[in-house]
Design a binder for this molecule. Structure first.
Ligand SMILES: [Fe+2]
Length: 134
């Protein structure tokens, strides 16, 4: 079930980031799929855990990238990442406790990713592509 189709409008032009964003969309879709197909909790959990872990890894890479180019919006952007991780971890905990939130996580992350890539990620991409004086 593809709830988050990849679209070239999400492309930043930075290979590593684009590859990771695409993988994130795929992971969101796999989680939705696992849930919709009625897979056993253990399988849904594996998809959910992968998605959460991969999101964390991607954020770390992105933050390192922004640090390396002295991006002035780093603190704010990190804040957005941290808040998202907090919300996702709360949902992950709810899932562990047996609440049926797997689909909520997938939809929440799909919406969040779309908005975040178009807004905050594109902002650092513009900054990166700006000509700078040496
Ligand atoms: Fe980001």
């Amino acid at each position: 079930m593809v709830i988050a189709p990849w679209n070239s409008r999400f492309a930043t032009g930075i290979d590593l980031i684009d590859a990771q964003h695409q993988s994130l969309f795929e992971a969101v879709n796999r989680l939705a799929e696992a849930f919709k197909a009625g897979h056993a909790k253990q399988q849904v959990k594996a998809s959910l855990d992968f998605l959460v872990g991969y999101t964390q890894e991607h954020f770390q890479d992105e933050e390192r990238f922004m640090r390396e180019m002295d991006y002035p919006g780093l603190a704010e952007h990190r804040g957005e990442h941290a808040r998202l991780m907090e919300q996702v971890r709360d949902l992950q905990m709810a899932f562990e406790e047996g609440q049926p939130v797997a689909m909520d996580v997938a939809i929440f992350l799909a919406d969040w990713l779309r908005e975040h890539i178009h807004g905050s990620d594109m902002a650092y991409v513009r900054f990166m592509k700006e000509p700078r004086q040496k």
